[in-house]
Design a protein around this ligand. Sequence first.
Ligand code: 5GP
Ligand code: MN
Length: 334
Amino acid sequence: MRPSFSRDRSEISALERTIARGGSFFLLGHENPDGDCLGSMAGLYNLLSGRGKDVTMAVYEEIPRQFQLAADSMEEEPGLYSGAADLSSFDAVIALDCSDRKRLGPASGAVADLDPEETALINIDHHEDNTHFGGINLVVEEAAATGEIIFDLARNWNWTIPLNSARPLALAMLADTGFFRYSNTDRDVMKKVMELMDIGVDIYQINRDLYGRKDPRILKLTGRALSSLELAAEGKIAYMVLRNEDYTRTGTGPQDREGIVNYARDVEDVEAGLLFSEEDSGVKVSFRSNSYLSVNSIAAEFGGGGHPRAAGCRLEMEIEEAVEKVLAEVKKNV
Ligand code: 5GP
Ligand code: MN
């Protein structure tokens, strides 16, 4: 159990009461959902459904195929939420893996309109820059993944974790630790995955799902990103650029850039790896670092955020200008 579980005792009791009293729950995650986001949602969905609750889970876009196992573990595929439907008929809305309300994308407006007397807003997350936008906020920075917090809650309340919840929770922890390769990997998260294996989770299958279902179009997109690779600051920064044309020529979209930034981070002697991606009217920047640079602080200067070693932001400007501005800031700090 994480130390913060004793620190957050009052939030956990409030959460327990809200879940015990509530009958209907609406689960939401962030835009461009990753394995932790979808795994936490599906894991919690099956835990709550298994306890007789009426649960609805929604996403904003098609689920990337490497995370399809999250949806497959549920009886029904999650619906698409455009932001139009009113959420006040639910007893609680639960936001998972979202550091601020904006991350809820199309749902952020409907969530802001909730009347706390009618619908509780529950925020469960592990980002250190979480803005505590909920009525109940369980933010456990020490957790490697939001899925770990869901696991801890289930254990704390002596809830049995069924296999259909264990699978997506393992996906959440394995995805956010890069299969135990990232710096957030520790004994706690490894032990939790071992317990999930005892329940029957096949982690080899998750490995194949995460890394062995490559879409050839995404490989071509990756190739284009790799061809754009440039070094700066005497090799301490590596960056890549994806333009609209790269997406259209390969038949892909911005949702397919997940993971590509890691190639820049993994260049020898590089501290900061960046990916600039043209999206709609602006530019999405992904930041990764290896050992000392807190990229979340740099992303925050541009209105974004994230973790010390993985962060992001969106800029409303031309891509050339975004590259120049962000590089200048990273150079100052690297
Ligand atoms: P990615 O580069 O994979 O899109 O995002 C890496 C991490 O940065 C995410 O896990 C998330 O914590 C954070 N992040 C990405 N984009 C944004 C953003 O626009 N705003 C905030 N606050 N965080 C972001
Ligand atoms: Mn996460």
